[in-house]
Design a protein around this ligand. Structure first.
Ligand code: DGT
Ligand code: CA
Ligand code: CA
Ligand code: ZN
Length: 584
């Protein structure tokens, strides 16, 4: 097992022990151990284990060293398996309900024998939860609401997770000899931040073997529909996928139709009708005359001049509309006038800001993060660990921050990596809008990301004033995650986005597009107008481990959905240009 996988196991052990009501010191030991482990380089871990010196590491005692060694060498740990076996499997799910901590969960199990969400729902409906000491009617109501939310949210999936499922399926379909063309369509192709289900469009010479392959995919729990042209399956994660197989001459029309969005399709159909044409998933045919659209399309099919989506748009007098823009919010008008923006692409990125290391709550060291950035071919990497008020994220004191700055200067001077590292901080915005560090400290950094991390419940005008005040600090380079939302999990705090955008422009502050797949904040719906006003963004991965740098892919999706070009995105600039902008 790698150190991050081992750290995950230790964290999970901590959670399970919490659910069991174990001694807090023991629980803490696992959490500390996980963090200590993350601070060690992978190779160093192997060396320490081989030399039997793991327990000399601060935060790792005898018992923990043994467990880590076992995991590292065998990939398994009996203690962990036994522990998992001793807790009802539904108990961990209860932790996902907002307002329920381990203590309450234990009380529910001990007093009401509740061990999963279904039992908890029933107990709430019966009014038994309200009668428990320390609960009451209000808490019971909150728990029920929490359960409802979880179910509603459970129906959608983060784009990142959906894409990870879809990519190998597309590749697999492409590899089948019967298959001619394949694309993933739907919200996934449009780069939506969350995805309801997957939609695959395939043209094939033969249907049965393709359907067979699809329904036998690993992880398929259930085949939910099997018709003439459409097969649907459900994966263990709850994610569903539709596969549609069409004759090759229909492929472009099916792909366009099932990419959507619905609003875009409605407008496209209207446009076709105004030209005497009927557009459908089967084809583009004259609206007049005998037969249904499907019959006409099938008749016309083989001789259709439309071989690609570009041809399809052109047939309606339009430039090609990238899937990300197909939301029915003016893209067709722009495509008609040839005024679609040239959207930013991932290859345009020359580096990225706002990344964490083991100095705060990241899982990889400065050197590991820099090596990963170099491997991506990035010219620069901005580090921004948490500031002291974010103690839950191991935020840095002034002293620790300044020693990190020294460390970065030394790393740059050593020329160990081709990637230049910028010194920075993700500085907490205190509840009154002051910054967590004094100006003298901030002045020593190359750049500063200002973020709200606590007191989320302020009134909108208070929160707005708080954020604006932070942006007025001359050292603030960027505003972090505008609303603090966690997709499918937590609403953002209330803030007047229009006011913040205006203040950012007035103060020459960048608003980040936080590319973490569960944030994607500021929301893509706000970018088009903001960029037109002159707002600059930076696509920031907010990476907490080396793999997190890749999250810029999700950020690029959202930027494209926000009609952003390369010029709107700060981290498409060269190292020299960035240094100049930062006055370095
Ligand atoms: P999702 O799955 O909820 O994230 O969103 P989509 O956009 O992937 O929606 P989905 O899977 O229901 O259908 C894919 C596309 O197919 C959708 O964007 C537009 C098109 N489509 C599907 N059903 C209908 C329909 O009943 N009417 C229209 N106009 N279009 C539809
Ligand atoms: Ca879909
Ligand atoms: Ca679908
Ligand atoms: Zn943050």
């Amino acid at each position: 097992m790698t150190k991050n996988e081992i750290a995950d196991v230790l964290t999970e052990i901590g959670t399970l022990l919490e659910l069991k009501g174990e001694n807090p010191f023991k629980i803490r030991a696992y959490q500390t151990g996980a963090r200590a482990l993350e601070a060690i380089e992978e190779a160093e871990l192997a060396r320490l284990i081989a030399a039997g010196e793991l327990k000399t590491v601060k935060g790792i005692g005898d018992a923990l060293a043994q467990k880590i060694t076992e995991l590292h060498t065998t990939g398994k740990l009996d203690f962990f398996e036994t522990l998992k076996g001793s807790i009802e499997p539904g108990m961990v799910d209860l932790l996902q309900i907002s307002g329920l901590g381990p203590k309450k969960i234990r009380a529910l199990r001990d007093k009401l024998s509740v061990t999963n969400i279904a039992e908890l729902t029933q107990a709430c409906v019966d009014g038994r939860v309200a009668e428990l000491d320390g609960f009451g009617a209000k808490t019971q109501e909150k728990i029920l609401a929490g359960i409802k939310n979880r179910e509603a949210y459970g129906r959608r999936h983060m784009w990142w997770d959906a894409e990870a499922v879809a990519a190998p399926i597309v590749a697999g379909l492409r590899g089948l000899t019967q298959v001619m063309r394949v694309e993933a369509a739907g919200s996934l192709r449009r780069g939506m931040e969350t995805v309801g289900d997957l939609d695959f469009i395939v043209s094939a010479r033969e249907i049965a073997p393709v359907v067979e392959w699809f329904t036998k995919l690993p992880g398929v729990n259930e085949v939910t529909a099997q018709g003439e042209t459409k097969t649907s399956v459900r994966f263990a994660s709850g994610l569903q996928a539709d596969l549609r197989i069409v004759p090759d001459e229909q492929f472009v029309f099916a792909l366009h139709h099932f990419t959507g969005s619905k609003d875009h399709n409605v407008q496209m159909r209207q446009r076709a009708l105004s030209r005497g044409l009927s557009l459908s998933e089967w084809g583009l045919v004259p609206a007049e005359g005998e037969g249904t659209a499907k019959e006409k399309a099938e008749k016309a099919g083989k001789k259709s001049a439309i071989q690609s989506e570009t041809d399809l748009f052109a047939a309606l007098g339009l430039h090609f509309v990238p899937p990300e823009l197909r939301e029915g919010i003016g893209e067709i008008e722009a495509a008609e006038k040839g005024e679609l923006p040239r959207l930013v692409e991932q290859v345009d990125l020359r580096g990225a800001f706002h990344n964490h290391t083991t100095a705060s709550d990241g899982r990889n060291t400065l050197a590991e993060m820099t090596a990963a950035a170099e491997a991506l071919g990035w010219e620069y990497l901005g580090i921004a660990d948490h500031s002291k008020s974010s103690f839950q994220a191991n935020g840095l004191s002034e002293e620790r921050l300044l020693s990190q700055v020294e460390e970065i200067h030394a790393l740059n001077a050593s020329r160990r990596f081709k990637t230049h590292v910028f010194t920075g901080v993700e500085c907490d915005i205190l509840p009154d809008g002051r910054m967590d560090f004094d100006d003298a400290v901030l002045a020593k950094l190359d750049y500063v990301v200002a973020s709200v991390h606590n007191v989320f419940t302020q009134d909108e005008h208070v929160m707005t004033a708080r954020v604006v005040r932070a942006m007025e600090n001359p050292h603030t380079t960027m505003l972090g995650h505008l609303t603090g939302r966690l997709l499918l999990r937590r609403e953002g705090y209330k803030v007047d986005a229009a006011k913040v955008i205006d203040a950012a422009i007035a103060n020459n502050v960048i608003i980040e597009l936080n590319a973490s797949p569960w944030r994607l904040d500021m929301d893509w719906r706000l970018w088009r107008k903001a960029a037109e006003k002159g707002l600059l963004t930076s696509i920031n991965p907010d990476a907490h481990e080396t793999a997190g740098l890749d999250h810029v892919r999700a950020g690029v999706n959202s930027a494209r959905k926000g009609w952003l070009t390369k010029e709107n995105v700060f981290n498409t600039r060269s190292l020299v240009a960035v240094k100049k902008w930062l006055l370095l």
